[in-house]
Design a protein around this ligand. Structure first.
Ligand SMILES: Cc1cc2nc3c(=O)[nH]c(=O)nc-3n(C[C@H](O)[C@H](O)[C@H](O)COP(=O)(O)OP(=O)(O)OC[C@H]3O[C@@H](n4cnc5c(N)ncnc54)[C@H](O)[C@@H]3O)c2cc1C
Length: 463
């Protein structure tokens, strides 16, 4: 009986297990390793607030690539949604906790199916501390010292914590006023109301954090800082189709030509009062292929010059949340700086941080004093800073490698096999999810992960 070990029981790990259960024609054994609190849901779908919502409309959140309405149909069974028009619910942004409940429900129903197919499921509610990978055999060790030998081992550990800001004295970051993990509720609890708060980062997690702070009755000012200070954009033209861009796009275009083409079409749609949104969305099915074709210098250029602008255009928020942020800015409760932190120190009373930064707008060095700093710069991908972590160990041993931009783990985007330091495929050590960002760029959202899970299950069951 083939034994599959899946490390990480968030969306990728669970949906991979579901695909294995569905596709398997014979008895298999699946072991999944995950903390109890995050099981089935991962960070994304275990929000601390019911007000944290999906950033993708419900109609696009099915766990299955070949059953696009699966989540929507499940939602329509819910008394809260039952009486509403289905296409409206499909276009809406539902709470993330509800999506977590959908995944739990799916998992339960596939456990029943597993029993009827004589598939053995083992869940280990513990973190993996080490993988011993020798001669293509993986032995998984957990923090509670369980040792499980598996035939095929899959890394599905997803989002890592944000990287810490670069400060001269890193001991400062051990202060209880600094929160590296913005997804935990304590980051917005028990706040000193007498001082403003600084959020580092200006993306989707910043938005969730602002919502969390308001829910906890925080009334002082909220500052955010990011290198470009780009304002997060709303889904303004949700579902609007634009085909002209793709009609002109050619597969052999280099980055420079692509940028020109984007500029031309953005100008065109703006003249009609429409934002770049439908253009960006029309390009989504092509981004993985384009990224793979870029040369290293194009990838480096993109990361240096275009990444932030692309991120803002791609990762939008529902209009009503955007309105809320706008209102906070008008009321001067939320202020967004563009610039970089140049100095961080604790005040002599140690109940606040003095933050120095270069303000790109005023072109001056400025200083603010804040009672808390919450790091919302997004998941880090560089394994060099991940220690202690089994991935760091695997990398140090040369079992796995990273791309030159340290965006992810080197692997085949077709077979998902990881690649070792001599460039050989590790035939029984696979990776899916955001660790494939270096290879695919877009490898974070349900849209891509559900396809990866299906394809990997097909591949694993063929072995
Ligand atoms: C706050 C947030 C909101 C998001 N919202 C959306 C959205 O609305 N729509 C969308 O399409 N995408 C969204 N995403 C993208 C999201 O990353 C994916 O949708 C998906 O949840 C990723 O799943 P994953 O399993 O690959 O990673 P994760 O959800 O990060 O799960 C990986 C799991 O691995 C576990 N793990 C890590 N290390 C170990 C170890 N050593 N041992 C055992 N287990 C380990 C972790 O505990 C974690 O639960 C969001 C992401 C975040 C962070």
């Amino acid at each position: 009986m083939q034994h599959f070990g899946i490390i990480g029981g968030g969306f990728s790990g669970i949906v991979l297990a579901i695909q294995l259960i569905e596709q398997s024609q014979q008895s298999i054994e699946i072991s999944i390793f995950e903390e109890k609190a995050l099981f089935c849901k991962g960070i994304a779908y275990t929000p601390y607030s019911k007000k944290h919502i999906l950033n993708v409309p419900a109609a696009k959140m099915s766990a299955f690539p070949d059953r696009p309405n699966h989540y929507l149909d499940w939602l329509m069974e819910d008394p809260e949604y039952k009486t509403l028009p289905k296409d409206w619910v499909g276009a809406s942004f539902t709470p993330r906790y509800l999506y977590g409940a959908y995944l739990e429900h799916l998992w339960e129903s596939y456990n029943v199916l597993a029993e009827t197919k004589n598939i053995k499921i083992n869940t280990y509610f513990e973190l993996v501390s080490k993988i011993d990978y020798k001669n293509n055999v993986a032995t998984i060790q957990t923090e509670k010292r369980n040792e499980i030998k598996v035939d095929q081992c899959i890394i599905a550990t997803g989002n890592m914590l944000p990287s810490n800001p670069n400060v001269a004295d890193s001991n400062i970051l051990k202060s209880p006023l600094y929160f590296q993990n913005p997804w935990q509720e304590n980051s917005v609890k028990n706040i000193n109301q007498d001082l403003p708060i600084l959020i580092i980062g200006n993306g989707l997690t910043m938005v969730d954090t602002v919502i969390g702070l308001l829910e906890n009755q925080f009334e002082n000012k909220i500052y955010t800082i990011s290198p470009n200070g780009f304002n997060i954009l709303p889904h303004r033209h949700n579902g609007m189709q634009y085909t002209q861009f793709i009609e002109e796009y050619r597969e052999d275009m280099n980055l420079k030509d692509l940028v020109h083409l984007f500029r031309k079409h953005i100008k065109q749609v703006r003249s009609l009062g429409v934002s770049a949104e439908p253009i960006i969305d029309s390009f989504r099915p092509h981004t993985q292929k384009v990224w793979q074709r870029f040369s290293d210098s194009e990838k480096s250029f993109f990361m240096r010059k275009l990444r932030h602008a692309w991120g803002v255009a791609r990762h939008r928020i529902p209009l009503h949340i955007h309105d809320k942020l706008q209102k906070l800015q008008i009321d001067l409760k939320l202020k967004m700086f563009s610039g970089r932190i140049s100095g961080l120190s604790l005040t002599h009373t140690e109940n606040a941080f003095d933050v120095k930064f270069y303000n790109k707008k005023t072109k001056k060095e400025e200083q603010i004093t804040v009672g808390r700093i919450i790091n919302c710069t997004g998941p880090d991908s560089n394994l060099d800073y991940a220690a202690p972590h089994f991935l760091y160990d695997l990398k140090t041993q040369g079992v796995i490698t990273q791309d030159f931009l340290k965006l992810g783990i080197e692997a085949s985007p077709i077979s998902f096999e990881t690649i070792n330091q001599t460039g050989e495929m590790n035939t029984n050590l696979y990776v899916i999810g955001s660790h494939l960002k270096g290879k695919l760029w877009e490898s974070t959202a349900v849209n891509e992960l559900r396809t990866q899970a299906k394809l990997l299950a097909e591949k694993l069951l063929k072995n």
